[in-house]
Design a protein around this ligand. Structure first.
Ligand code: SAM
Ligand code: SF4
Length: 314
């Protein structure tokens, strides 16, 4: 699919729930989100139907996200349904890792190809403080389980936050020396609870390059600029939506857990897909893609979306 600006769109991020077992301070309010009725959230069948229509329109990669996808009942059925779609090249999932110890092997068996695990700190006390309820050891156990289950080239996603984890970047880089993982530092985006945080919390990706001059540039993949420490088994990625606006290379659209297609994470524009089937559903997906905004305006102002990240699908 081509959008209205000529970009190829072949990547769908499909949110399977807005609920989460964590309350990360930059993502969700302390009280969480009001639990919706079962019927407000896409059913397993709707998730697969929307995925199938997107693949017929030209999507080749689907990432399941949330909220926390592993708390979603029926997640494995969604994976199996999507994996069976002819034309889908990659089925990926982003998780906080808390339930991966039990779920990694079933996810693999259900056809998930790749995992991203979010991990913002390697210190147990900070982990508990940032997630307001999580335990670092659960995520570390989840990462081990993912490797045991056969997930290769794991990606660890770390939101870089000034005054919180900027003193741990060396520890994260060290992980790549021994492990074939990609540690990706993501710039904090001003939205939801962190929209009004102090400027000093928002560090550019360049911070990593200045602090670790030994990093050597390697080929980029997608929106991540990639680097490697000499001799390291793994790699380092910088995802810089603010300092290196990559909207021109964006290939993705999103569907929220309540069935709205969003061309951009940060725009207010949403296209309802629920209740549509077959050709009608495809037409709305194509129409949403055509209306995908040219870019976001995060460098001028906070995100335009009234949703928090867990309500979109990060
Ligand atoms: N619960 C899962 C997880 O944490 O991986 C999936 C959903 S979460 C919303 C997806 C990703 O968005 C996480 O890596 C999280 O750190 C990131 N994220 C949330 N709010 C963000 C923000 N304001 N700026 C940058 N990344 C953010
Ligand atoms: Fe939950 Fe992920 Fe948001 Fe943290 S970042 S509150 S784990 S959805």
């Amino acid at each position: 699919m081509r959008d209205g600006c000529g970009r190829t769109i072949d990547y769908l991020r499909l949110s399977v729930t807005d609920l989460c077992n964590y309350r990360c301070r930059y993502c969700m309010p302390a009280e969480g989100v009001a639990k919706r009725c079962h019927g407000d959230i896409l059913s397993v069948e709707e998730c697969v139907e929307i995925g199938a229509a997107a693949v017929r329109c030209g999507v080749r990669k689907i990432r399941l996200t949330g909220g926390e996808p592993l708390v979603r009942r029926g997640l494995l059925d969604i994976c199996r349904g999507l994996r069976a779609l002819p034309g889908l090249e990659e089925l990926c999932l982003t998780t906080n890792g808390s339930l991966l110890a039990q779920m990694a092997a079933p996810l693999r068996k259900a056809g998930t190809d790749r995992l991203n695990v979010s991990l913002d700190t390697l210190r147990p006390d900070r982990f508990a403080a940032m997630t307001r309820r999580g335990r670092l050891e659960d995520t570390l156990a989840g990462i081990r389980a993912a490797e045991d289950a056969g997930f290769k080239n794991l990606k660890l996603d770390t939101v870089l936050i000034g005054g919180f984890n900027d003193d741990e970047t060396g520890d994260f880089l060290n992980l790549t020396v021994e492990h074939p993982w990609e540690v990706r530092f993501i710039e904090l985006m001003p939205m939801g609870p962190c929209a009004e945080w102090e400027r000093s919390c928002f560090l550019p990706g360049e911070y990593i390059l200045k602090k670790h001059p030994a990093l050597r540039r390697i080929e980029s993949k997608g929106v991540a600029r990639r680097y490697r420490l000499p001799g390291a088994k793994g790699t380092v990625g910088l995802i810089s939506p603010l300092s290196h606006d990559f909207c021109g290379q964006c290939r993705r659209v999103r569907v929220t857990a309540d069935g709205k297609l969003k061309g951009c994470l940060h725009s207010r524009k949403e296209i309802p897909l629920r209740g549509l089937h077959g050709a009608e559903l495809e037409t709305e997906i194509r129409s949403g893609v055509l209306q995908k905004p040219l870019r976001h305006y995060l460098t001028d102002r906070p995100s335009d979306t009234p949703r928090t990240m867990n309500q979109i699908g990060g």
